[in-house]
Design a protein around this ligand. Structure first.
Ligand SMILES: [Zn+2]
Length: 497
């Protein structure tokens, strides 16, 4: 039962039993960020979703190689192979090197991932580090008659590909529609069909700074190519999972799929997974509607739509409350509720640490009570096995928390459920909360605020000449590495030196 994992495959549109190609090894590729600006919350949701998928696969005992790339060239502002490269544009705007842009936003991305407690991938390759391999793949596609060169640029020939294959099979788009949507080319376009896409773009005669030598021209690779090349290089010509945000399904993933099938003659990926969008008060999150959030705005509360700041773990918990393939609506109320829920779960951890068998407890385990605990623990696995349903998993964890709280208030005793079920409950709760859902205890305690309370107590004890209490307070604080100082200006505290 525990390994009966089913996942919704975007390619078939069905929930399928997860059977890795070379168990116990699992290869997973997730399209990473284009590092030209701060990572926004919609992207964070995608990466947090795949972090949970990664964590659960590891928990099930698979040896996972998780590849998540950094796009540092080739992603143009326009999907139709026109416009500037996003990174080059930003570099020009700020009058710095493109690689400075890449460095700055890669570091920002890593910092944000760390704040959200997302595990780093096994390999994080970059597009500019794989130019040679990309050129090789283009040569192979030209050789197979699936790509053509015009003025130093090379395009994938979708019509030629369509003779033996099915362009559109991942996104569900119909090739006839895509071709008929091709309005009269405006003469500027060198492509044979507008559905064709760039594999290599010539930079000759442009002020494009990022360029490499190739058999066709000095230029740069098309965006879709890097993922095909890096996925193949690190995970093989067929691997288990390819993921990304839903907005990447077309054209990015459809193009990746066509490049791989065209080059290698077979499908590259067994399971395609797509995460859904974030909405804000029911509206699509977008920069133009001024309702998109950056992580640091959430953490500081510095945004006109936010009533207060929210911590990274509150936001992570909030994301867990919906299935990765459903939309998730962002609002102050929802975030406040998430903060409550997150703190409840953390209090459960604290309660568990202090639960012990009471002396003199000798009740024999009650079969029904034991069965209930086991049932809830099984349910946690059932929910995760159902396409990583974190929302359901949380529901079961809260049921487990009720039992933990009953033990705490002694409405239930450890003897009644039996030591074995108690150990399982403890292990399941901790493992799911910390290891699988990736939540962690966040201390937002304000040490100055806490010390103010203690110092008031201390001053009152001194005033009342209660020297026993004064001594107890001093020695208790000392054991925490804190000393009190009687100053002319009043009582102060410091870390013990
Ligand atoms: Zn990609």
């Amino acid at each position: 039962m525990l390994k009966d994992l089913r996942i919704n495959n975007s390619l078939s549109g069905k929930k399928e039993l997860f059977e890795p190609i070379h168990a116990p090894f699992v290869g997973m590729y997730v399209c990473g960020p284009t590092v030209y600006s701060d990572v926004h919350l919609g992207n964070v949701r995608t990466f947090v979703s795949f972090d949970i998928i990664y964590r659960y696969l590891l928990h099930l005992g698979y040896k996972v190689r998780y590849v998540r790339n950094i796009t540092d060239v080739g992603h143009l502002v326009n999907d139709a192979d026109a416009g500037e490269d996003k990174i080059a544009k930003k570099a020009k705007l700020e009058n710095i090197e493109p690689m400075e842009v890449v460095q700055r936003y890669t570091q920002d991305f890593h910092r944000v991932m760390d704040q959200f407690n997302a595990l780093p991938p096994s390999i994080e390759p970059s597009a500019t580090g794989h130019i040679l391999e990309q050129i090789e793949l283009i040569e192979l596609l030209i050789e197979k008659g699936l790509a053509y060169e015009v003025n130093g640029s090379v395009y994938f020939d979708v019509k030629a590909y369509q003779k033996d294959h099915n362009y559109g099979k991942l996104s569900g788009r119909k090739i006839e529609d895509l071709l008929s949507n091709t309005r009269a080319l405006d003469g500027q376009d060198e492509k044979r069909e507008s559905v064709d896409f760039a594999l290599w773009k010539s930079a000759v005669g442009t002020d494009h700074i990022m360029r490499w030598k190739s058999p066709w021209s000095d230029g740069f690779p098309g965006w879709h190519l890097e993922c095909t090349v890096m996925g193949t290089k690190y995970l093989g010509k067929t691997f288990d999972i390819h993921g990304g945000g839903m907005d990447l399904k077309f054209p990015h993933h459809e193009c990746e799929l066509a490049q791989s099938v065209g080059a290698h003659g077979h499908d590259p990926v067994k399971y395609w997974l797509h995460t859904n969008m974030l909405t804000v008060n029911g509206q699509k999150m977008s920069k133009s509607l001024n309702n998109s959030f950056l992580p640091h705005e959430l953490f500081s509360g510095d945004h006109e739509l936010l009533e207060r700041p929210y911590s990274p773990m509150t936001v992570r918990f909030f994301m867990l409350q919906s299935h990765y393939a459903s939309t998730l609506d962002f609002s102050n109320d929802a975030l406040l509720a998430a903060q409550k829920g997150y703190r409840k779960l953390m209090n459960g951890l604290k309660t568990l640490r202090n639960l012990h068998v009471n002396e003199g407890e000798d009740a024999t385990p009650n079969e029904k009570a034991t069965a209930q605990i086991n049932q809830i623990c099984d349910n946690c696995y059932r929910a995760m096995n159902d396409d990583f349903n974190t929302a359901l998993t949380l529901g079961h964890l809260f049921n487990l928390l009720k039992k933990i709280n009953n033990l705490h208030t002694q409405n239930l005793t450890i003897s009644q459920i039996g030591q074995e079920a108690f150990d399982r409950m403890k292990h399941t709760y901790k493992t799911f909360v910390l290891e699988i859902l990736g939540l962690k205890e966040e201390s937002n305690l304000d040490i100055d605020g806490l010390m103010d309370i203690v110092i008031k107590e201390y001053a009152a004890a001194k005033e009342a000449k209660n020297y026993d209490k004064v001594d107890v307070l001093r020695s208790s604080l000392k054991s925490q590495g804190i000393v009190l100082k009687d100053m002319k200006s009043g009582i102060d505290w410091a870390y013990e030196e």
